[in-house]
Write a protein of this length. Structure first.
Length: 233
């Protein structure tokens, strides 16, 4: 807890603010968001190192997956988004609308194509689905947590149909990801980071070419089985 308060939090504010103040106008002028993604990954690596978080991966390199695609990780911790983000090729995510109101950070993620959603408003979820489909059609990969929220005990929660609908509508392949160890480092309801190790298991892409709405349940089951295959029994 002290490490988070005395080292990680001040370093986050300093590095993130400095990077964003430089990269937002740079990205705006050039019209190219690749540099801001590269700097964001560098900042995240430094912050996770400062927090004592080590990451290992298993399986095929997700950056070699067909593009665009829909990355589907399980959700056990607030660490999941930044940890997954490190290993992807400039993919964007769905995010809580409140995050988009944060100074600098909210503007930056909106600028590069992150999609806001209010989970308790059905019309907002539909707007977010349409926004995600548009990103995929523009060639941008999406990261979506199919459970919709963090699990309190590490077990898989029921999957929501949205990410499978967007994958089928755009014929984008699905890449399941299993996250292990993040819950022990930063559990749901915990505001500090413990040193530890996170493991990301990247599974083979699941094609959606030729699938229609009637195949959604089968696609959900296949993705769920892939993620569950790397979880502790």
């Amino acid at each position: 807890m002290l490490r988070t308060l005395l080292v990680v939090l001040p370093l986050t504010v300093l590095l993130a603010s400095t990077a964003l103040l430089i990269m937002i106008p740079f990205t705006w002028v050039l019209g190219d968001d690749r540099p801001i993604f590269a700097v964001a990954r560098l900042v995240l690596r430094v912050l996770l190192w400062a927090a004592g978080v080590k990451i290992e991966t298993q399986g095929p390199d997700p950056r070699g997956a067909p593009q665009p695609c829909v990355y589907l990780p399980n959700h056990v911790s607030n660490l999941d988004p930044p940890v997954v983000f490190l290993f992807l090729r400039n993919a964007v995510m769905l995010g809580k609308e409140a995050v988009f109101r944060l100074p600098l950070f909210g503007y930056a993620i909106k600028m590069v194509g992150f999609v806001p959603v209010q989970r308790h408003r059905k019309d907002s979820r539909r707007e977010a689905l349409e926004g995600a489909i548009e990103r995929l059609r523009q060639g941008r990969s999406m990261v979506v947590f199919p459970e919709g929220t963090r699990t309190p005990d590490g077990s898989l929660l029921p999957f929501r149909p949205g990410p499978f609908t967007m994958a089928i509508e755009t014929q984008a392949p699905i890449v399941p990801i299993t996250i292990l160890g993040a819950r022990e480092i930063m559990a749901k309801g915990q505001n500090w980071i413990r040193p530890g190790r996170v493991k990301l298991v990247f599974h083979e892409p699941i094609p959606t070419a030729g699938l229609g709405p009637g195949d959604r349940e089968r696609l959900m089951a296949r993705a769920r089985a892939a993620i569950a295959s790397a979880l502790p029994r």
